[in-house]
Design a protein around this ligand. Sequence first.
Ligand SMILES: CC(C)(COP(=O)(O)OP(=O)(O)OC[C@H]1O[C@@H](n2cnc3c(N)ncnc32)[C@H](O)[C@@H]1OP(=O)(O)O)[C@@H](O)C(=O)NCCC(=O)NCCS
Length: 225
Amino acid sequence: MEDKHPFLRKTPWDANAFGIDTYEIIAYTEESLQAIAGMPGHFTIKVDPLADKRLLHEYGFYYCDTLIEPYATREQFIFYDKEGVSLAKDVPLAELLAMVDGAFVYGRFHRDFAIDDSRADLRYANWLRQLYEQGNVWALMYNEELAGFFGYEHNKILLHALHDAYRGKGMAKYFWSQAIRRMFAEGHHELTSSISAANLAVLNLYASLGFRFRHAVDVYQKLQR
Ligand SMILES: CC(C)(COP(=O)(O)OP(=O)(O)OC[C@H]1O[C@@H](n2cnc3c(N)ncnc32)[C@H](O)[C@@H]1OP(=O)(O)O)[C@@H](O)C(=O)NCCC(=O)NCCS
């Protein structure tokens, strides 16, 4: 597929969750949009927010999200300490998976009207499982109780959530502080993540931890049956 259409990249992890072929279009040109017309599958394209969107609309793509990249160096990072907050790696996967359903409503698949919410949840559950099997998930603990999870890889913070019961109480910065400190301790100079600009709780969380934001992209998607 990539040979025939060099501007297409298959995303098999999404295909697994959605039960259809899924692709990212990596070049925003009329030629690429024309070439996939009529090809069954789910297509994602990320474009500069200032790009002319006319072609996307002409070819039936619709807006789903704006992604931004939080980033911080060790010097910029602000650490918040709180007694009782700790990290663990021995929590069973099932307990972490129980926190996924309905947590990632700002994700671009939850905001894609063509995708069933339960399939979108499955995508995040599969991702959490994969990170857990790689040993890349911290369970976030408060006084020995499970309060959330934090998945990462190298210097990238990838997938994280607090349990419902802990949300909206200003607690997140204490858990994130511990996990981010551990990531810096692995020797990374800079940490990055990717968030939806509409997810104000996570945006304000990163801001309070000293992160700045860059590389905004608008995400458009299309389902072709
Ligand atoms: C993202 C998440 C971990 C943040 O935790 P939280 O408990 O909701 O957030 P907190 O109460 O600690 O608040 C964090 C900051 O955001 C602000 N905030 C919280 N909810 C907000 C909202 N709806 N709108 C604007 N600001 C908000 C808080 O005031 C706080 O800022 P402050 O420290 O300057 O006061 C949590 O909401 C969550 O698990 N969400 C579901 C999963 C998710 O979205 N993960 C991120 C995907 S990239």
